[in-house]
Design a protein around this ligand. Sequence first.
Ligand SMILES: CC(=O)SCCNC(=O)CCNC(=O)[C@H](O)C(C)(C)COP(=O)(O)OP(=O)(O)OC[C@H]1O[C@@H](n2cnc3c(N)ncnc32)[C@H](O)[C@@H]1OP(=O)(O)O
Ligand SMILES: O=C([O-])CC(=O)C(=O)O
Length: 377
Amino acid sequence: MTEIAKGLEGVLFTESKLTFIDGAQGILTHLGIPIQEWAENSTFEELSFALLHAKLPSAAELAKFDAELRANREIPAELIKEISSFPPAANPMQMLRTAISALGLYDAQSEDTSEAARYAISVRLIAQFSTVSAAIARVHNRQDIVAPRADLTHAANFLYMLSGKEPSAEQAKLFDIALVLHADHGMNASTFTAIATSSTLSDMYSCVVSAIGALKGPLHGGANEAVMDMLDEVGTPDKAADYITKKLDNKEKIMGVGHRVYKNFDPRSRVLRDYAEHVANKEGKSNYYQILETIEKIVVDRMGSRGIYPNVDFYSGTVYSDLGISKEFFTTIFALARVSGWCASVIEYTRDNRLLRPDAVYTGATDQHYVELKDRQ
Ligand SMILES: CC(=O)SCCNC(=O)CCNC(=O)[C@H](O)C(C)(C)COP(=O)(O)OP(=O)(O)OC[C@H]1O[C@@H](n2cnc3c(N)ncnc32)[C@H](O)[C@@H]1OP(=O)(O)O
Ligand SMILES: O=C([O-])CC(=O)C(=O)O
């Protein structure tokens, strides 16, 4: 019998120098450096450079890259007008998908698929995803769009464009860590989608727009918002144990837990939990944090032996919520971090490109003949 790799689980289709994951041990590294060290010592700008170039930058290289990102934050006036005319109630990920697709119309290099052009477009995309995501959030909230500032870091500038107020250094650092934690994760569904598109030698905007669509789903990036929906449904910490026990008894899926690769704690969820806990201890435990603590304990007790643990989406929402960001925008935030991983992976794959084209075992009818419409039942 032909073996089918359902969900392409365990299928190796390429080589990569960017990200390594040991799912059994709960280890994640970029360029061999543990994710905890990136979170503690680095910045989103530096990790983006490292992914695009597959090496750590020198101080001069990082300063140049940072300056390029800052210089590319503005988006075309025509696009600002278009985003302003989006229906405010639309889903922010739909808005992001549409806006990034439109952004490509104003990029004179968008049809150039050379490596140099793919790199230049990547720098612009990393800079402008942030501007577009913030603009979308403002339109969704029926507020005027705030222009980017070049004197702030990538993380601080996003929070500034989102709220119209300059964040504190601590808020900007916390958000930067969240971006670092989400920047890349091997051959996850959205990166794979970007690569599948690029493997036809399509353009960079098409790759990234397809990836946004893949990230949106609740089994992938959309889980961070779904976790928040769950917390809102639970309501208060005293109801958490009952709620989750019933869900598990009914064999329902719990959002923010389980992972195709990690069969242990996702190391990113540990980092995010520590920050959520730090904020909770400083400012008093929020309902959200207390509910998550209870859910984590019960899930690990009951499902840990089956390899089901919290993933990155489990605690990220409480951190964003502590930063005053509402849940509708969580997945667009994931996208503005992951765009670095998408672009870097597309560039890496394209160097040794081969069309991605898996196959299916045919189980349909055989030996049939066309029946005229008039003769059909
Ligand atoms: C950034 C990210 O993308 S991280 C992942 C974000 N997604 C989520 O948090 C959504 C919730 N989690 C899930 O749906 C899954 O764990 C996935 C999609 C992430 C990975 O799933 P897969 O590797 O395909 O595992 P699959 O869905 O086949 O589940 C295997 C078994 O574990 C169970 N399981 C997996 N995840 C969960 C969960 N979250 N809650 C309860 N049970 C679960 C399944 O019911 C299944 O049980 P069965 O063998 O008795 O039928
Ligand atoms: O790797 C995956 O399958 C999902 C994930 O955690 C991510 O994309 O960050």
